[in-house]
Design a protein around this ligand. Structure first.
Ligand SMILES: [Zn+2]
Length: 355
């Protein structure tokens, strides 16, 4: 069996990593993991067929664990983090069909996938409760040259730091639920920090709650899914000035222009002080079929209109993709409407029952 390990730096000559007495080969890229994604694509495991959410779950289940082996007890440097994150980004770019890293924060947020730096912090924190193996080895580890620095890794772990100081000193007081809450809180605070960075306007327009965004799993056609996801990822970017296919005015086809050109606020009955009426509605999509009559009526009216207007914006922005006239509003959003209010199944008459 071929065994390799990933590190951006050479180990000291007297500390070559070995397994069962055999020197391990060092790699600086996860080329074989990206190849694994290509192999999965070659046997039909493609985001286009499976959907982006299932493809992301397959990545999380089969590809990411390969990178995580030993991650919880490894001391990683900045270059190691970068190469791990770039490998994850490459896989996500294949799934979501993006070519750059601009949308990565949004993809991680939509799919509720941790950035590698957060994943490492989480895995390290999970190794620390008293029922985990590593704390039982810590007394020996502290005596072993090369492993002493691990105690500083433990001290610097932000999840561990967030737990109560007395809990830190006494491993027996860390409960699984306490750890779970601390992990959740850490992921939430790193998301808030990302939202506060420059160029995070699109991320701020997404739902602020953690969890998989319903636009990835609610019943929709693949075209509707793609339009919602790509709207989140910011497919409308400023181009050179050109005649707008809708109003024929020479302008930048920016998101702002398209929203006003198609009178989206009025069409969706959203107040003008809400800058992005489409995100405003997407952020309110229900996670379970609404029980209230008013809400069902609202979604039955608004959802076909929203799907229609996303389609219109895309037609204006990418007219070369379309050769036939647009279908009317009532042709959009059927699958979600059926989920919101399933059609009534007629009861079998007593005479048809086999008693
Ligand atoms: Zn226009």
């Amino acid at each position: 069996m071929k065994r390799i390990y990933m590190s951006m730096t050479d180990p000291p000559p007297n500390q070559l990593p070995q397994l069962y007495g055999v020197n391990l080969q060092r790699a600086t890229k996860f080329t074989y993991l990206v190849s694994a994604m290509n192999i999965m694509a070659s046997i039909g495991v493609r985001a286009r067929c499976l959907g982006k959410l299932l493809s992301t779950r397959l990545y999380r289940q089969f590809i990411r664990p390969k990178m995580e082996y030993g991650m919880a007890i490894a001391k990683l440097n900045r270059d190691d983090y970068n190469i791990l994150q770039e490998t994850q980004n490459t896989c996500l770019r294949k799934i979501y069909g993006t070519k750059t890293n601009h949308s990565m924060a949004i993809i991680h947020h939509l799919a509720n996938l941790e950035f590698i730096v957060d994943r490492v912090t989480t895995l390290q924190a999970k190794f620390m409760p008293d029922d985990a193996l590593f704390p039982t080895l810590l007394p020996q580890a502290r005596q072993t040259k090369g492993l002493r620095s691990w105690t500083s890794v433990i001290r610097k772990n932000k999840i561990w730091q967030s737990l109560d100081t007395t809990t830190q000193l006494d491993h027996h007081m860390v409960t699984n639920s306490g750890l779970k809450t601390a992990i959740k809180q850490h992921i939430k605070s790193t998301h808030i920090q990302r939202c506060q960075r420059k160029n995070s306007k699109l991320l701020n327009q997404c739902r602020q709650q953690l969890g998989i965004d319903p636009i990835l799993w609610l019943p929709m056609t693949s075209i509707e899914h793609n339009l919602c996801i790509h709207y989140r990822l910011g497919w409308i970017t400023n181009h050179q000035q050109q005649p707008c296919p809708n109003c024929h005015q020479t302008t930048h086809l920016s998101k702002q222009h398209l929203l006003s050109c198609h009178r989206v606020h009025t069409f969706l009955s959203i107040p003008k002080n809400i800058s992005d009426p489409i995100s405003f509605i997407l952020n309110r999509l229900p996670k379970t079929p609404p029980t209230s009559y008013q809400k069902r009526v609202y979604w039955k009216i608004i959802w076909p209109k929203l799907s229609y207007i996303l389609h219109q914006l895309h037609r204006t922005y990418r007219p070369e993709y379309y050769t036939t006239p647009s279908p009317p509003t009532n042709q959009f959003g059927h699958l979600l409407l059926q989920w919101i209010e399933p059609p009534l199944v007629p009861h079998a008459s007593p005479s048809n029952l086999n008693l």
